[in-house]
Design a protein around this ligand. Structure first.
Ligand code: SF4
Length: 200
């Protein structure tokens, strides 16, 4: 009987991830919302919403792996749309930081909703498959972060509150978050979390 020619799964996975990245980008253009946000502007709003306070523009550049002029243009556009404001850095009076306005916060909440197209596409997966994909994605992200190939994310796998497999007899919720002092499973792993604190 003929055999299906072998192709390295990592190679196929990379192709699949690239296609998914395209789909996410297209989805962002489709869901540009009332402020007609570009994907980069949406990323900046989402990034600032995840922070505990204002951030310097350079932090935005690093977190989004962009360039200073590109982020500067996007910040200018967001300011003109009333979603973001620049204020003096309380730590250094000569520097400025950016933060969301109340309208920017509302836009961040809108961006946090998964679009209908995406939720329909995800709905074919079981909870277990979604959890496994999330675990795999987080693990690959950490590997890339360790190699400084992608910007650092505030994720469970690098958080000082994360206790992996602290509850080995609880198959559904084997991990523990010491911040909220509660067990959780792969399906609740965070790849971005406002309460994250770096393990190092
Ligand atoms: S604080 Fe957030 S990132 Fe840290 S372990 Fe808990 S849920 Fe994960």
């Amino acid at each position: 009987m003929p055999e299906v020619p072998g192709v390295p799964p990592a190679q196929q996975l990379l192709v699949g991830l690239a296609r998914l990245g395209q789909a996410v980008r297209i989805d962002a253009w489709r869901n540009n919302g009332p402020h007609n946000l570009s994907p980069l502007q949406a990323d900046i709003v989402t990034f600032l919403a995840e922070q505990t306070g204002p951030r310097r523009q350079g932090d935005v550049v690093g977190a989004l792996a962009s360039t200073p002029p590109t982020v500067s243009d996007a910040v200018k556009a967001l300011r003109a749309k009333g979603l973001l404001e620049s204020v003096r850095d309380p730590q250094d009076g000569r520097a400025t930081v950016v933060r969301l306005t109340p309208e920017g916060d509302a836009e961040a909440r809108r961006l946090g909703d998964v679009s209908q197209v995406m939720s329909e596409a995800f709905s074919v997966l079981s909870e277990a498959d979604l959890a496994a994909m999330l675990r795999g994605t987080a693990t690959i992200m950490k590997g890339l972060q360790d190699r400084q190939a992608i910007p650092v994310s505030r994720m469970c796998l690098t958080c000082r509150f994360f206790r992996p497999n602290a509850h080995p007899h609880d198959a559904a919720r084997p991990h523990h978050c010491a911040f909220v002092d509660a067990p959780f499973g792969d399906a609740e792993l965070r790849v971005t979390c406002p309460d994250h604190q770096d393990r190092d």
